[in-house]
Design a protein around this ligand. Structure first.
Ligand code: PMP
Length: 359
């Protein structure tokens, strides 16, 4: 049965990745053991870690001055690890609030220093990305959430500033090229565009570390993981392996420019249907801020009572995961890298036949 999986995360992975991961669960590289059974110190796994790091560097064109880490604790742990490691006690960091993930990052950062929230779209239910705010120059970093997974907004243009950026890219990492050298830190939970839940990718400029004067607990210190090549303790072997398979898939299918092109094609198709179909309405107020990863929409006001019927129509067509986040309501179609154009076409077909049936 073909299921079109629009889940927001954990979300669909490329079928070839699932097939290869399945084989490795049976037996990893002629070792007579499952990937679930091998030592994280074995040469086989060390090669996995090395290659995963190499591919992250290649895809993002990372200069040597960046470390690439595979950690645990989810992106949520990075909400506090980032300021703990980067923000000296008496200095300031700036944050832009574009949704509940930014809000959580702000709450954790406040434990470690003065946090300026430069702008927030909360009063408009996060329906746009704030712009036109003044950025103080005496700030250690500017924290952004590149893609708002819940409300469906995404930075299409990075803020103009010389201040180093710190960015939660959990829901759009590897979906497009990024100017890596503008960032002191990029972090992303794997479970959307990279692999299964359980590993968090962290990319950090090494020279930004070691300046806080804090006594950082060993496990929470990026330098610990840099010096031990992400193996200070037992790393999440299987999620890292599956992430490697996904990284290989991204490279084999053309790299980040190709991902971007495909993602734009998919998003355009879906947004065009939302705009043309009188039964639906997009929720992002400025079309320039629409996410290419999480497409959010609702029933048009006069058809509001048909929401459950539309969800039922989606289920019938094996389009799963369309219900919006509990805090946003409506619908959300997550169309990460692994979602093929055919999946989006299937959803658009459901929307068209729904409007014919009820129109
Ligand atoms: N940031 C963003 C943008 C997210 O979408 C999520 C989870 N969906 C998180 C942070 C939290 O990630 P985790 O569950 O890995 O802690």
């Amino acid at each position: 049965m073909t299921v079109h999986n629009f889940n927001a995360g954990p979300s669909m992975l490329p079928p070839s990745v699932i097939a290869e991961a399945t084989r490795a669960v049976q037996e990893f590289e002629h070792s007579g053991m499952s990937i679930l059974e091998i030592s994280h110190r074995s040469p086989g796994f060390m090669a996995v870690l090395d290659e995963a790091e190499t591919l992250v560097r290649a895809l993002l064109k990372l200069p040597e001055e960046y470390a690439v880490l595979f950690l645990t604790g989810g992106a949520s742990t990075q909400f506090f690890m980032a300021p703990l490691n980067l923000l000296p006690q008496n200095e300031k960091a700036a944050y832009v609030d574009t949704g509940s993930w930014s809000t959580k990052a702000i709450k954790e950062a406040r434990r470690y220093g003065h946090i300026d929230v430069l702008a927030s779209s909360k009063a408009q239910n996060y329906a746009h990305i704030p712009k036109g705010y003044n950025l103080p120059v005496d700030t250690t970093y500017l924290h952004l959430t590149s893609n708002n997974t819940i409300f469906g907004t995404q930075y299409q243009v990075w803020p103009e500033t010389d201040v180093p950026l710190v960015c939660d890219m959990s829901s759009d990492i590897f979906s497009r090229p990024v100017p890596a050298n503008r960032f002191d830190l990029i972090y992303a939970g794997a479970q959307k565009n990279l692999g299964p839940a359980g590993v968090t990718l962290v990319i950090v400029r090494k020279s930004a570390l070691g300046k806080t004067g804090r006594d950082i607990p060993t496990m929470l210190d990026y330098n610990t993981h840099i010096s031990k090549h992400s193996s200070f303790n037992t790393p999440p072997v299987f999620p890292i392996y599956v992430s490697l398979l996904t990284l290989r898939w991204i490279l084999e299918t053309g790299g980040l420019h190709a991902m971007q092109q495909r993602n734009e094609e998919k998003a355009t198709l879906l947004y065009e249907e939302i705009d043309a179909n009188p039964f639906f309405r997009g929720v992002v107020s400025d079309p320039a801020d629409r996410s290419k990863m999480n497409v959010t929409f609702v029933m048009a006001d006069r058809y509001r009572e048909l929401e459950a019927d539309f969800l039922a129509a989606c289920r019938e067509a094996n389009c799963v995961g369309i219900k919006g986040h509990r805090s946003a309501g409506g619908f959300r179609a997550s169309i990460y890298n692994a979602m093929p154009l055919e999946g989006v076409q299937a959803l658009v077909e459901v929307m068209r036949s729904f409007s014919l049936r009820y129109g």
